[in-house]
Write a protein that binds this ligand. Sequence first.
Ligand SMILES: NC(=O)c1ccc[n+]([C@@H]2O[C@H](COP(=O)([O-])OP(=O)(O)OC[C@H]3O[C@@H](n4cnc5c(N)ncnc54)[C@H](O)[C@@H]3O)[C@@H](O)[C@H]2O)c1
Ligand SMILES: [Zn+2]
Ligand SMILES: [Zn+2]
Length: 375
Amino acid sequence: MTTKSIPVNPKQTGLSTGKTKTALQSGDTMKALVYFGPGKKSWEEKPKPLISQPTDALVKILKTTICGTDLHIMKGDVPEVSVGRIIGHEGVGIVEEVGTAVSNFKKGDHVLISCITSCGKCDYCKRGMYSHCENGGWILGHLIDGTQAEYVRIPYADNSLYHIPAGSDEEALVMLSDILPTGFECGVLNGKVQPGNTVVIVGSGPIGLAALLTAQFYSPAEIIMIDPDDNRLATAKKFGATQVINNSKENAIERVKQLTGNKGADTVIEAVGIPATFELCQSLVGAGGTIANIGVHGKSVELHLEKLWAHNITITTRLVDTVTTPMLLKTVQSKKLDSKQLITHHFKLSDIINAYDTFQNAAREKALKVILTNE
Ligand SMILES: NC(=O)c1ccc[n+]([C@@H]2O[C@H](COP(=O)([O-])OP(=O)(O)OC[C@H]3O[C@@H](n4cnc5c(N)ncnc54)[C@H](O)[C@@H]3O)[C@@H](O)[C@H]2O)c1
Ligand SMILES: [Zn+2]
Ligand SMILES: [Zn+2]
């Protein structure tokens, strides 16, 4: 192996070296989940990341999880993820080291890692659109090495980490790295959920359920969940859905018509990411209503403007910005929001291959979120 220096652009590498050090010189190793192309992953030894920019922090992972998006990566749906990449974009940990420009965090701090990295200074960050940060956005476990590892380098630590208050249930906070802000920002806020409204959520996975939980901040009159998985619908009922519809067994359009007096819903949230469900949303929205898309779509969908044009419909899209994380953290702390109920399975971090197997077979395993603990 030759000694080579590694580029320091935070988007290019999670293993940067600054001026003098190289990966080879660092010597320390750690274990991590490494992506080796579609369908191939391995829990193996990797060099421990180093601080490369003054704004970086090095975080020792305490708990992490697996996201539906990681499954998309594993299927090869996210081609920017290169072979050798450590994936994962959620977790909590302890700060091990900080760069010289980090002022909000110090060694030993317990932190929540945001799935979105943001510099806090560019035009997009100033507008609260962290997802489009010119130097960050969704890069963790995507364009740089991620959190399914014993250690992770977090660029722009001051803006991309959050302090965990002493005495917190850290496991519950893992749900704040991605799924709660996603359900809330892309679904509930964009969908303009209001008191007395009728809300339909298509897809009762972790993201749809996160939208269901956070929609209740606004006391809508009805929340109707649609999914083909009876187990997930039963969970939705427990989490506060007023009606559930199994659309593999019954006609969801007819049921929603019945339930809304033929009017359709005020807010329809798409939380699946396939053409069939976006098209279904267009048939469920009422006049003056909003379709809030959350799903990651890989294929084009048909837009029925010939039906929608006269109905004063709004359609919104969003990549989660995680700007509501501080607010959501308070609601979890005060127990107004019980995020822990989204967790169904626990594994050791070193048992992550089995955890993937469980999460990949969510219906069979009755799985929602799995927690991986670095012991
Ligand atoms: N916009 C963002 O920033 C953002 C962030 C994170 C995740 N996402 C996306 O949100 C979506 C949901 O994520 P998740 O983790 O909950 O995924 P998931 O795969 O766990 O859940 C999807 C749910 O949709 C259901 N479903 C499948 N086909 C359906 C159909 N025809 N009708 C109704 N329901 C159907 C499944 O049974 C499952 O319960 C994914 O596309 C994910 O990539 C978007
Ligand atoms: Zn995710
Ligand atoms: Zn920025």
